[in-house]
Structure formats: C-alpha cells, structure tokens
Write a protein that binds this ligand. Sequence first.
Ligand SMILES: [Zn+2]
Length: 288
Amino acid sequence: MPTILDVHSHVWAYPDHFSDDFRAQGKRAKAGIELDLTVTHAAYRKSCEQTLREASVRTIVFGGKAKLSGLWVDDRYVAAEVAAHPDERIGFLSVDPTQPGWEEELRFGHQELGLQGIKLLPMYAGFYPQETRLDPLWSYATRHRLPVLLHTGTTFVAQAPLDCTLPRHLDPVAARFPEVPIIMAHLGHPYEGEAIVTARKHPNVYCDISALHYRPYQFFHALMLVQEYGVWNKLLFGTDYPFTTVDATIAGLRSLNQMVAGTGLPRLNTDALETLIFRDPLPLLNLK
Ligand SMILES: [Zn+2]
C-alpha cells in the first residue's frame, strides 16, 4: 500500500494556546463565526477514512509561535503529541525570533525533544525570514540538515504585517543557505506566482498545497501556473488540518478538471496530480 505524507498539520490545545484577540479576529476567516480549531489525533485519522482504504497516511505536525498574533504552542506539547503516535507523526518545533530565548528553544526542541524540522510564522510574528537576526537559525538548519516550513500567504490577523509573508523573501535565504530544504506553505496564496518562481530557481525550495482546495478556481489557476512553469516536482501534499482534511484535499485535487469541463480551458495533468498526492518527500526533506 502506498504512503501519503501530509506535510502540514497542526497540533495545539484549543483555545488554551490562543489569545482572545486571535480567536475574535478568526471570525473574519468564516463570515463572523468563531472557528473551532480543536484538534485530536482520533478526529484527524477519522477524517482520512476514505484515503486510508488506498494508502497509509503519515503526518508532519507542528504548533506555532507568534507573540504578536496571540498564538503560542510550547514544543513540549508537540513532542508529547508525537510520542503518543510515533509511527504516524513527525514533529516540527517552532520559534518566534522576535522573542528572547528563541535560539535556546531551537536547540532544545531539536536536541532534547527530538523534533525534526522548524515551523516559522513570519507574518504572524512580525519578522522577515531574510533578516540577519535569523542567520543563526538558517546556519543551524544547514548544520543539522533540518527542513524549514514557513507560512506564506494570507491571514485574518490585522496586526500581522502582510509584507512579511511574501514568498520572494525566501529567495535571498535560499541563495545564502542553499542546502536547507524550505517549504513555502499554501503555495504563497494569493502570491502563487512569487512562490512558483522562487521554488523554480532553487533546488531545495518547495511549496505545499495545503488549505487551497476550497477556493477551487484560484487553486486551478495556481496549479496551471505550476504546470506551465514546469515545477510539478516542487509541490508537496499537505492539508493545514484542522482547517481541512486529507480526504477533502484529495477529492478537491481530483475534481479541479471537472470544473472546466465543456470549456476550451486547458486541463491539469492528471498523472501529475496523482504523483503529487502519493509522492514520498521524506528523502527530499532529509527526514526519516
Ligand atoms: Zn497551517
């Protein structure tokens, strides 16, 4: 049976790890309704029910740290979640480089907790990934061969500076630290073009397709850009659970071409879509 790796999934305690302000602003994401971001392993596995008939599923999980936006998940929490399901989960640590002690948290999360990659939230925390204060992080990731996944794309949080999220900021990082596998989350939406041209330049820069399928026309257009630039091999499968699920993401990918049936629009390569779903990116990301 093939394995599917979901490279983008969250673990946290909701609402404990969120500020009241973050929760209130979250209502912008869904027409005034507060999101319920409760996450459990059982619910995640249940949401893969359909997929588990044709593949096994492994998941990269992380929490996230961004003082400015009111999100803070201690890496110990992530490590405990991974330890409870070690065959199904791979854990990433997170740091907020605007806060004191982040270098120690990086070392601790990697060396003491055994977390295998780094998740960053530049816009939510209010920093740029290419700032010189992050050089120790990129050097550490190079030395220890750690992949780094960054949120790139939109937010509903007013105080999170949109400029910090632009995929182009990873271009100088990848040029200076070319060995670090970098994943730009959400294909940088709605800056997909920037994400694609950045990934195209740099051999170790990838994009995940998480949290995109529920805007189907935008997703179709983004993947058509991917196809025309010839970078299908730079995409990784991901969900952004609890915002959506493995089953829904796969169904979304497989239905995109139906949306343009009966038109003269070009079609997405269905073999490339299936390869994306079933690709094993562990070797690309130096993960076991
Ligand atoms: Zn996410």
